[in-house]
Design a protein around this ligand. Structure first.
Ligand SMILES: [Zn+2]
Length: 284
């Protein structure tokens, strides 16, 4: 590639964005932020756009990972990104590819009139909420559990699992034998419980404390953390869940305020911008 005479005609970065995580919570080598903590964003290539339309790849996160590699080269290992950062990157890539304006069509909740509005990619990126860097829980026996928002990998797993669960609930409703029905319901329930456990586990960044000899230790090994969570009191899991919800509020704001254009109404309300990759590829 370096000897290609066409090299100077390749895409140039279109915009820069910060990330909600500010690069915290990552192992070395996952990403390389600029001195100002930003990432260069390039427009999608036609190959990326084709990738975007493959529903299977979207479901397992593979195309999102490849698009991020192509359009945000500072990200070296996209599969290890936090969900909030993937959200911000995908919005920025949308802006770099299709322009700053994101149009939205919805119904006025007051009068039912069709309302057309527009949001701005730059405005969304500018107002993103940073992930709080020190969300910690103290256990009664003096361990400190430091939390982080869930990774994109887990977000994908949760999405797929929710989808399967809805499907299986629908088929369970059709089972006539009561015992078979109960069995199928239990299986489905166990799967959801396992998923909730994975989300909790994924939200733990480290567990630290002091050992018998007074030496401080910090555990980030995933297997060690899993083993601890399988063997600790249940109220610790509950506390983690509460804090995970606080962390979930970080990231880009996907809502905008729009006003109903119907003269006699003029109602102002909030609506969601569709930054969903599936939606923005079909809209173009
Ligand atoms: Zn209205």
């Amino acid at each position: 590639m370096s000897n290609n005479p066409l090299k100077n005609h390749f895409r140039a970065p279109k915009l820069f964005t910060r990330l909600p995580s500010a690069g915290n919570f990552y192992a070395d080598g996952v990403l390389e932020l600029s001195a100002t903590g930003e990432v260069e964003i390039y427009a999608m290539t036609s190959r990326d756009e084709v990738m975007m339309r493959n529903p299977d790849a979207l479901l397992n996160g593979e195309s999102v990972a490849q698009i991020i590699t192509s359009c945000a080269p500072a990200i070296k290992r996209p599969r290890e990104l936090l969900g909030a950062d993937v959200d911000a990157l995908m919005v920025a890539i949308q802006g770099a590819t299709f322009g700053d304006e994101v149009s939205v069509e919805t119904k006025c909740p007051e009068c039912g009139n069709a309302v057309v509005g527009a949001g701005s990619v730059q405005a969304s990126l500018a107002t993103m909420k940073d992930v709080p860097a020190d969300v910690k829980i103290q256990t009664p026996d003096d361990l400190t559990i430091e939390l982080r928002p869930v990774t994109y990998e887990t977000t994908i797993a949760a999405g797929v699992s929710n989808f399967q669960n809805t499907r299986s609930m629908q088929s369970i409703a059709l089972i006539e034998d009561d015992l078979e029905k109960l069995k199928a319901f239990n299986e489905s329930y166990m799967k959801m419980a396992e998923l909730n456990f994975l989300v909790i586990l994924d939200s733990i960044y480290s567990i630290s404390g002091t050992d018998e000899d007074g030496e401080e230790f910090i555990v980030t090994d995933r297997d060690n953390i899993r083993e601890y969570m399988e063997n600790c009191a249940s109220d610790i899991g509950k506390k983690v869940t509460e804090h995970v919800n606080i962390l979930g509020e970080a990231g880009i704001d996907k809502t905008i305020k729009i006003q109903c254009q119907e003269e006699e109404c003029g109602h102002i309300f909030e609506t969601n911008l569709e930054f969903d990759p599936v939606n923005f590829s079909t809209a173009s």
